[in-house]
Design a binder for this molecule. Sequence first.
Ligand code: GLP
Length: 241
Amino acid sequence: MEVVIVPDAMAGGELIAEALAALLRRKPDALLGVATGSTPLPIYQALAAKVQAGSVDASRARICQLDEYVGLPAGHPESYRSVVLREVVEPLGLGADSFMGPDGAAEDVQGACEAYDRALREAGGVDLQLLGIGTDGHIGFNEPCSSLASRTRIKTLTQQTRKDNARFFDSLDEVPHHVITQGIGTILEARHLVLLATGAGKADAVARAVEGPVAALVPASALQLHPHATVVVDEAAAAKL
Ligand code: GLP
């Protein structure tokens, strides 16, 4: 695992956007796995700026989702499908046909999970998966104690994660209890994992993921098992390393 400490979130965003641009120059139709939350926004802004400036052509890029809420009505602005379309797909000038994600509104949720896992493989696998980290060490929505070999499946959110994500909704009650997430085993199949963590609130989780033992209690520690994992942290998030 490579750990890169950058001065701040903007520098982290720029660094990772450059890695994405380099990948797209090498492989124009790369499958990019994107994460939601506030942390990766500087990455998406920096990458969109590179596209607008003409330093990289993202027109053939393919985008895939990491996770999704279960049960939000189609088109809900906080469904991760809506978020990824708004924050990544549209700013890069891509169409919805460049984008894949699990169906959080499916009647057969288990079937939707299996279909998504299969679709990722059939698409040739994820070239670079971006990750954030939850305050409890989760990646995607793999909460503590998730199997390190897990596949895409339905999970129940912890109260802490629902509280952390309540800022995107009008009230805590509106935050769904259930989600679909790529499993840790699914995530580990991506060719390159890049985790960005910024701010003092992530310092504990980062230290446990990077320097603690590999344990289901800290899902992000599974990155230690991956042959090509990069953890980019700002100075605040690196404070406990
Ligand atoms: C959610 C997402 C994760 C993300 C985490 C942290 O739980 N499912 O993919 O990493 O939030 O979000 P933030 O970057 O806003 O702290």
